[in-house]
Design a protein around this ligand. Structure first.
Ligand SMILES: O=C(O)CCC(=O)C(=O)O
Ligand SMILES: [Fe+2]
Length: 271
């Protein structure tokens, strides 16, 4: 796994709201991630989010197969996701002192999967931060044909927390942000084992999968340490939600493990 970022990569992330790191995982690591993800998905059955009922059907169910917080139900995924090195990279890009997991998720576009409409991420989440971000690791070669990501550079600096759902209309987000409708998007095809990081306020979407093969990705969303509850449920179980008031710190280590903290120089498990 790449553990060092170049100054130009950090600058690219800051300016554009995303950065691509080719060959992030070694071939052996990629094999390990693929096997762990597929095993965890198999074990999970049709539960999309732990603590919630079943998968959603309809259009969204055919954008991708989504299984959230595999680290909570698979020991192998826990070892991969709670890796201090990932937290350190995320903290360095975000320019924050500490990073917690918000949630991981695998996003698997099956053959002929629907496109992922343009959206922002953070407005779905239970905290509001301009510094939250996600890693998106390609488990297969990701191409223009099978559903690569697209980013709208710089939108992270202009976005408010207004958003749309991932629905059937690709460009619905541009009704909320008409000033972005004439911009050109950047496609992010990558070799398997490469990754991108994107800011949670960067506009992004993905092509449909126009192939008869899987487009598998493993992603993790990171929350800056010190973030506070904004009243949205998102992936919080009803019993967790019941204990929280708006403004409370989201610092439950069982739900949002602290992966990296500059002050304690790393608290995640090193694998
Ligand atoms: O993989 C996709 O199609 C969308 C990914 C995405 O929206 C994300 O990682 O935030
Ligand atoms: Fe997203």
């Amino acid at each position: 796994m790449r553990t060092q970022l170049q100054a130009a990569e950090i600058e690219h992330y800051g300016d554009n709201g995303f950065v691509i790191l080719e060959d992030f995982l070694t071939p052996d690591e990629l094999e390990g991630w693929r096997a762990a993800v597929m095993e965890a998905v198999e074990e999970r059955g049709d539960v999309r989010i732990p603590g919630f009922q079943g998968d959603s059907g309809g259009f969204y169910g055919r954008v991708f197969l989504q299984r959230v917080n595999l680290w909570q139900t698979s020991a192998r995924m826990k070892a991969l996701m709670l890796d201090e090195r990932l937290g350190r990279l995320a903290a360095e890009l975000a320019g924050v002192d500490g990073i917690r997991i918000w949630h991981d998720q695998t996003l698997i576009k099956g053959p002929w999967a629907n496109p992922t409409a343009w959206h922002l991420d953070v407005p779905y989440w239970s905290f509001s931060s301009r510094d939250a971000l996600s890693i998106w690791v390609a488990l297969d070669d990701v191409t223009l044909e099978n559903g690569c990501l697209f980013f709208l550079p710089g939108t992270h600096r202009e976005a408010t927390f207004d958003n749309v759902g991932i629905g059937q209309n690709m460009g619905e987000l541009f009704q909320v942000y008409p000033q972005w409708a004439t911009r050109e998007a950047v496609a992010a095809p990558m070799r398997a084992g490469s990754c991108s990081f994107h800011n949670g306020l960067t506009a992004h979407g993905a092509h449909a999968n126009m192939t008869p093969y899987l487009r598998r990705a493993m992603t993790c969303a990171y929350m800056p340490d010190g973030s506070r509850f904004n009243g949205k449920q998102n992936i919080l179980r009803p019993e967790q939600l019941a204990r929280l008031s708006v403004g409370d710190p989201l610092d439950d280590d069982a739900q949002n493990p602290l992966l990296f903290s500059r002050s304690s120089s790393g608290v995640g498990c090193r694998v």
